[in-house]
Ligand binder design. Structure first.
Ligand code: DAH
Length: 341
């Protein structure tokens, strides 16, 4: 055998490669276009004709040997890296913990409100978010030209101007009263929509909880006690309430409900605009027109109603100062409510 061929063969046989780097060294030296094997092939032209055939056979032998070796190095590397990863799996370790989600703050608040009212005999009613004009406005004594009926304030469904996205949960009052005979004692949580530009203090989608109690001899005292009970249960025993005269088409008399500011405890801060009070609801005695519109005898029955904003209650409980946080789905915000209920 040609001595050069013989020494290359020996080199191939003795080559030790235990890493990717050494594999690459082998490839460059024995497999690539610039390898010693390719160099040997170029020697062919210097070989006398009668020896060419034997030399050619030897070259093929070297080439084959280089390729076999190359393949076996790869196989070795693969199998050692596989057994390497297996070595790293420790089956006795406890599994990596999974992130547990949390309830949305508004879901927590809604559940708390329901619980508080259920304890004093209120059940929960539900109504549609896509509502007709009658249940959202007419039944509730809104005059024909009331500004809430304008496009600027309400999302109307273009194809059918009689349909709209409810602007408050008061529509469920009308549906409930039409569905049977008093007594009704119900709260109605839900999503409402108004045609407002989104900012820290306003949103086109928000949540309310409506309350309605219609029976014989229901008076403003019952309204006051019910709201007082709620405020103390929700915000703590020290919480004060006050009623301010107001106007709603569906209640007479009407009142705005304030509670003592939860942030400054009445001392005055930015949230309560230095008054010590924050508004949480609208309320009043159900207007007799509304009772009659819904087929209820207003001589026999009286009732009170209220409507409050869930976002406002959550803001006071959790000091959330930007309404947009409720809809942005930012886990940094949401994960703070893990202990929720
Ligand atoms: N529907 C009113 C609103 O969205 C809130 C409200 C006020 C509801 C007084 C009532 C009520 O039931 O009696 O602003």
């Amino acid at each position: 055998m040609n001595s050069k061929v013989e020494s290359v063969l020996k080199e191939i046989e003795n080559f030790k490669a235990t890493s990717e780097k050494e594999l690459e060294e082998f490839r460059l030296k024995f497999i690539s276009k610039k390898s010693v094997v390719t160099e040997l092939f170029s020697e062919m032209k210097n070989i006398p004709n009668d020896q060419k055939k034997a030399f050619g056979q030897q070259l093929n032998e070297v080439k084959q040997a280089a390729q076999n070796k190359f393949k076996s190095i790869i196989d070795n590397l693969n199998s050692s890296s596989e057994s390497g990863t297996q070595d790293h799996v420790d089956l006795t370790l406890p599994p990596a913990g999974r992130e547990i989600g949390s309830l949305h703050p508004l879901t927590i608040i809604r559940a708390q409100i329901i619980e508080i009212f259920e304890r004093i005999g209120f059940n929960v009613s539900d109504g549609p978010e896509i509502e007709d004009d009658w249940h959202n406005f007419t039944a509730l004594n809104f005059p024909e030209n009331h500004p809430a009926r304008e496009m600027q304030d309400t999302f109307f469904i273009e194809r059918n101007p009689d349909m709209l996205l409810r602007t408050h949960t008061s529509n469920v009052q009308a549906r409930l009263m039409k569905s049977g005979t008093p007594p009704f004692r119900s709260i109605m949580p839900g999503r409402v929509f108004r045609n407002e530009a989104i900012s820290a203090r306003a949103h086109c989608v928000f949540h309310q909880v409506e309350g309605l109690y219609v029976a014989e001899d229901v008076s403003f005292v019952d309204l006051k006690q019910t709201i007082y009970h709620f405020a103390k249960e929700m915000f703590g025993k020290e919480t004060q309430i006050r009623f301010r005269p107001s106007y709603f088409p569906f209640t007479e008399p009407s009142a705005e409900v304030d509670i003592s500011c939860q942030i400054c405890k009445g001392d005055g801060c930015q949230l309560c605009k230095y008054t010590g009070w924050v508004e949480i609801a609208g309320s009043g005695m159900v207007d007799p027109n509304v009772l009659e519109n819904c087929g209820i005898d207003s001589e026999k029955y009286t009732g009170f109603a209220f409507g409050m904003g869930l976002e406002r209650i959550a803001q006071l409980k959790y000091q959330v100062n930007d309404l947009r946080l409720y809809t942005e789905n930012d886990v940094r915000f949401l994960s703070q409510f893990k202990t929720g209920l």
